[in-house]
Design a protein around this ligand. Sequence first.
Ligand SMILES: Nc1ncnc2c1ncn2[C@@H]1O[C@H](COP(=O)(O)OP(=O)(O)OP(=O)(O)O)[C@@H](O)[C@H]1O
Ligand SMILES: [Mg+2]
Length: 364
Amino acid sequence: MIEFQNVSKVFNSAGKQIEALKDIQLTVERGDIFGVIGFSGAGKSTLIRTVNLLEYPTAGEVLIEGRNLAKLSEKHLREAKKKIGMIFQHFNLLNSKTVFENVAMPLRLGKVKKIEIENRVNQLLRFVGLEDKANSYPDQLSGGQKQRVGIARALVTNPSILLCDEATSALDPQTTKSILDLLKRVNEEYKITILIITHEMEVIKQICNRVAVMEGGRVIESGSVFNIFSNPQTETARNFVHSVIRDEVPESIIHLLEDDKRQSRIYKIDFLGVSSSQPIVSSAAKEFDVEINILFGNITELQGIPFGNLIVEISGSEIEIARAYKYIEAQNVTINEITDKGVTGNGSKQRTDYEGFVGNVVHG
Ligand SMILES: Nc1ncnc2c1ncn2[C@@H]1O[C@H](COP(=O)(O)OP(=O)(O)OP(=O)(O)O)[C@@H](O)[C@H]1O
Ligand SMILES: [Mg+2]
């Protein structure tokens, strides 16, 4: 467990005082993959660096399993720091050393036996999928492979906490996903608590269970990822959520509405924690004399819970459409009609993920 208790940090730079952290209160529970998101300069790196005392707080305390590392003797601090691994945006590998030696480095400094080092390093290289690169040099690796070396090195001392400062910001989306998958395995298989700093909401969406939003040195919002995504309280959090899950109705659907001879109506169905979207739509199509055409939408998963919406066209007689509507409405989802005036009713929960799919017909 990591507890930030009223943590503040003031930098003195060229005669000016910069308040990088202002009275931070935050608890990261054991086993969390805790994300901290914010724009550049929000104080994220400063915050994460107070955990392993790369920065000392000016006021307040950071407690690791109840202990304030700032109060430990040098010897005990050295031991405590072994329990905290860290990975970086630019990997921080030694180019003159092989992959094996980069990973072995923290153990060499700790005078661990040669055979133990060999076993441990090889085990971790296997874990990160780089067993065949042991004798390569960092310059011979891709960015994703370099970060895998960084992860292996961070794990070599058997830490209980892994700090990640923008660990995927230098990587393309595909490689980012593979590194995030690896971090998830680190969390699950090694039972390591992960604190991850990012400016990308996609990272939070993919692996975090809890999140804090930082702005101007403060935590302005924090909670479970599901709660922040479904009900962001601040403008900044809303903007981050919309950066991965947008809620405008696509132009193509607005155009459809211009055809006023339509025998159909268009609805937006928001799924918030419903077990599955497909049965609701297909059972409505079976139950009533309507055809339901999925025009757009995407249900994304947040910690295994479906989240997102579908835009559907329901065609049939007015009476049957109304009955299907009532049926869907009763299923713990939000359904609103889209007209040429936009989304009617309480449109507050509408969201669309734009990696949508189009033209999926469910026959009645
Ligand atoms: N060593 C330092 N000396 C002086 N000011 C600093 C120092 N480190 C950080 N700051 C200032 O503290 C504030 C927070 O910086 P920090 O690096 O924590 O932000 P960040 O959220 O990590 O930003 P980014 O997303 O750009 O990495 C900034 O105004 C920064 O200029
Ligand atoms: Mg930073």
